[in-house]
Design a protein around this ligand. Structure first.
Ligand SMILES: Nc1ncnc2c1ncn2[C@@H]1O[C@H](COP(=O)(O)OP(=O)(O)OP(=O)(O)O)[C@@H](O)[C@H]1O
Ligand SMILES: [Mg+2]
Length: 255
């Protein structure tokens, strides 16, 4: 569980996050949505512990990050897995080496323990035969799966994904979304995903936080999104004709 209270973040005069309050439960796929520039990536980087913020607090299972010692902060960071926008694999390493990297960084496991764990997670993301390939030899969808394998290799309690299916076709996007949701449930991870993909919202949005101009404009589930009359949300969601139709059908079905 992650609890965010009154989070403010500025860069110089630019006030980007303007007092965000929300909470993310474990075992759930939590989505942050909002227009380009609304502050999603900045928010995720605050959760990652990469940014200092002027006001507010972030608590990881009750531990308020800013009040921790450097060692305790390091412990929290070691429990975070991250899938960056655009995969961000190391080009000069094989897929296997990419996935092993966090284990070398954060653990003192033996070579064979690390190898077993890498084999396990690569199998989990359906890449059992890709160990020796270079990232450049993998498709976009495979690269995302490698990035997910790397993010979960050290058994994180927290998983953050920034636009995990950007650049993927709709079918592969669903595979990636479902994989993240399954892993989240299976290992009871607190997962937060940035997205502006409405398909993801409908597919895996158990909790959705809608950011607008650095404020939390709305939050709710994917079912609530059909019922809300918050104009900012409906303008965002129903900018697509397809989703207008889906909403209409949903509401008719429920009377
Ligand atoms: N390191 C930085 N220094 C200064 N300004 C920044 C920095 N990072 C982000 N910003 C500003 O913060 C605002 C929010 O950016 P952010 O990247 O969080 O948007 P986003 O919602 O993730 O957009 P997108 O959907 O395009 O990824 C933007 O105005 C951006 O210019
Ligand atoms: Mg972003």
């Amino acid at each position: 569980m992650i609890e965010v209270k009154n989070l403010h973040k500025s860069f110089g005069d630019a006030h980007i996050l303007k007092g965000i309050n929300t909470a993310f439960e474990k075992g759930k796929t939590n989505l942050i949505i909002g227009q380009s520039g609304s502050g999603k990536t900045v928010f995720l980087k605050c959760l990652l512990g990469l940014f200092n913020y002027e006001q507010g607090s972030i608590a990881y299972d009750g531990k308020i990050f800013s009040k921790l010692s450097e060692d305790e902060k390091r412990d929290i960071r070691a429990q975070i897995g991250m899938v960056f926008q655009g995969s961000a694999l190391f080009d000069s390493m094989t897929i296997e080496e990419n996935v092993m990297f966090p284990l070398k960084m954060f653990t003192k496991q033996s070579k064979s323990e690390m190898q077993d764990r890498v084999d396990f997670v690569l199998k989990r993301v359906n890449l059992a035969d890709a160990h020796k390939k270079m990232p450049s030899e993998a498709s976009g969808g495979m690269q995302k799966r490698v990035a997910i394998a790397r993010a979960i290799v050290n058994k994180p309690k927290y998983l953050f994904c920034d636009e995990p299916n950007s650049g993927l076709d709709p079918k592969t996007s669903i595979v990636i979304d479902d994989l993240i949701k399954e892993i989240t449930e299976e290992y009871q991870i607190t997962t937060v995903i940035n997205s502006h993909d409405m398909n993801s919202v409908m597919q895996i949005g158990e909790k959705i936080v809608f950011l607008k101009n650095g404020y939390k404009e709305w939050e709710g589930s994917r079912y609530d999104i059909f019922k809300t009359d918050n104009k900012a949300v409906t303008d965002f969601v129903y900018s697509s004709e397809l989703f207008k139709k889906v909403r209409q059908m949903y509401l008719e079905e429920r009377g």
